[in-house]
Design a protein around this ligand. Structure first.
Ligand SMILES: [Zn+2]
Length: 399
C-alpha cells in the first residue's frame, strides 16, 4: 500500500521547453511530493552542457558559461565558490540525477550566463549574445596601481597573459607571528609578507604577467575571501606569502631556520599540522563583515575542486622551493602539504610559502632587510614564470 502511494506521488507534468535561437527541445518534468524536478542529463543536453558524476554523490553541471556543483540529498548548490541554499535537495532515482525546480527557475537564470526563464510560457531560453559578467569585481580586494585592466574581465586580457594572485599573509588586527624570540619583538609578520608580496608583484609585472594582490595595504581580508578574490578574477595561480614561527617551544623557535613551501592537502607531519594551525588561526580575527558565511558544504565542494589542482600545486611548490635554494641562507625545509584555509578557497594551483623563521634572530634580520626581500621576491617570480612555461608546454598553450 505504501509502495502504491509512493508510486502515485511521482507523476509527470507538462514538459519544460528549452529554446536556443530557433532550436527547441523539451525536457520531461516530474512531480514528486508536489514538487517539480527535471532530469539533469536531459536539461544539460538541451542547454549545451553536461553532467559530470564524481564519487560520493557529487555532481557538476557543466555549462558553457558556468559550473554548478551539487551533492545528492544536500540542499545546497555551489557556483563559483559561493554556496546557495536550495529549498529541496537534488536526488538520484534509478542512477539519474534529478534537479529541483529552483535550479530551472532561479539558479540558471541568475547564474547560468545568458539563460532566461519565462514562467508564463514554461520555457528556458538561452542567449548566445554576450551577457554581463556574472560576478561583480571584488569589493574587498585592493588593486595596487592603475596597472592592467581588471582581471575579472578576462576576455580583455591579452592572449597568453596569465593572472597571478599574490596573497600577503595576515593584515590589520591579524599581525601574524612576531619575533624574534630572545629579544624585544620588533618583527611583525604582516609587514614582511606585504613588503615581499609587493616586490613579487612588481617583478612579475615587469615580466609581462598580470597580477592581482589580495591586499596592498595593512587591512584584514578573511581567509575565505582571499581565495574568492582569486576565483572571481579567474586567477591562474595563487601564491600566499608567510613567515614561519615555532609552536609552543621558544627554544625551538629561536633555533629553527629555513624556508618551506606548502600546497593544499591533508597535513601529513606534525610540523605541517603546526604550521596549518598557526596560519588558520587568522580566522579568529574575522568578525562581522569579514566572517565567512555559514557554509557547511564549502569544504566538501572546495576540496573536490582543489583536487583537480593537487598535482599542479605540488609542482609549483617544488619549483618555488628549489628556486629559493639559490639565494636563501637558511636550509630548505622541503615541500609539505597542509590544509590551509587560505588555499582551500582557490580553484587553481595554489601554494603557501613560508619565507623563513621570524622567530630566529638571524633570519628575522635577513627577512626584514629590503635588499633580501627583493631577492626573495625576484626568485619566487622567476620560479612562477618557469612553472608557467613548463605548464604551458605540457597542456599546449593558454586555456
Ligand atoms: Zn602566516
Amino acid at each position: 500500500m505504501i509502495g502504491l502511494v509512493l508510486f502515485l506521488q511521482i507523476t509527470a507534468s507538462p514538459p519544460l521547453s528549452v529554446r536556443e535561437g530557433v532550436t527547441q527541445t523539451t525536457v520531461p518534468v516530474t512531480i514528486s511530493a508536489g514538487v517539480r524536478s527535471v532530469p539533469a542529463d536531459a536539461l544539460m543536453k538541451a542547454l549545451g552542457g553536461s553532467v559530470i558524476t564524481a564519487a560520493h554523490g557529487r555532481f557538476s553541471l557543466s555549462l558553457p558559461k558556468t559550473r554548478i556543483e551539487l551533492i545528492e540529498g544536500i540542499p545546497f548548490a555551489r557556483i563559483d565558490s559561493v554556496t546557495y541554499g536550495l529549498a529541496r535537495a537534488p536526488d538520484v532515482r534509478a542512477g539519474k540525477l534529478f534537479l529541483p525546480w529552483q535550479v530551472v527557475s532561479e539558479l540558471l537564470p541568475q547564474h547560468g550566463g545568458g539563460i532566461f526563464y519565462d514562467a508564463a510560457q514554461g520555457e528556458l531560453r538561452t542567449f548566445s549574445a554576450p551577457v554581463a559578467r556574472r560576478n561583480p569585481p571584488p569589493s574587498v580586494a585592493d588593486r595596487s596601481d592603475p596597472g592592467p585592466a581588471p582581471a575579472a574581465e578576462r576576455s580583455t586580457r591579452p592572449p597568453g597573459r596569465r593572472l597571478v594572485v599574490i596573497d600577503a599573509g595576515h593584515g590589520g588586527p591579524d599581525r601574524g607571528m612576531s619575533g624574534p624570540i630572545g629579544d624585544t619583538p620588533w618583527f611583525v609578520e604582516k609587514d614582511i609578507t606585504l613588503a615581499v608580496s609587493r616586490k613579487l608583484a612588481e617583478a612579475l609585472r615587469g615580466s609581462g604577467m598580470e597580477v592581482l594582490m589580495t591586499r596592498t595595504k595593512d587591512t584584514l581580508i578573511a581567509l575565505s575571501d582571499r581565495g574568492r578574490i582569486a576565483n572571481r578574477n579567474r586567477g591562474d595561480l595563487f601564491v600566499s606569502i608567510h613567515v614561519n614561527a615555532p609552536g609552543s617551544s621558544n627554544a625551538a623557535g629561536a633555533r629553527e631556520r629555513g624556508y618551506e613551501t606548502y600546497f593544499l592537502a591533508e597535513a601529513k607531519t606534525d610540523d605541517a599540522k603546526r604550521v596549518e594551525r598557526m596560519e588558520n588561526e587568522a580566522v579568529k580575527f574575522e568578525t562581522g563583515a569579514n566572517a565567512p558565511k555559514g557554509d557547511p558544504l564549502s569544504f566538501i565542494i572546495t576540496d573536490m575542486a582543489q583536487n583537480e589542482h593537487l598535482r599542479e600545486s605540488n609542482d609549483l611548490a617544488q619549483t618555488i622551493q628549489d628556486g629559493l635554494k639559490e639565494i636563501h641562507p637558511g636550509p630548505g625545509r622541503g615541500v609539505h602539504q597542509a590544509n590551509f584555509a587560505v588555499l582551500r578557497g582557490s580553484y587553481m594551483p595554489a601554494v603557501l610559502v613560508e619565507i623563513g623563521f621570524g622567530s630566529n634572530q638571524l633570519e628575522a634580520s635577513y627577512l626584514s632587510n629590503s635588499f633580501n626581500q627583493d631577492r626573495i621576491a625576484r626568485n619566487i617570480s622567476e620560479s612562477v614564470l618557469a612553472y608557467l612555461e613548463n605548464y604551458e608546454s605540457r597542456v599546449g598553450g593558454v586555456r
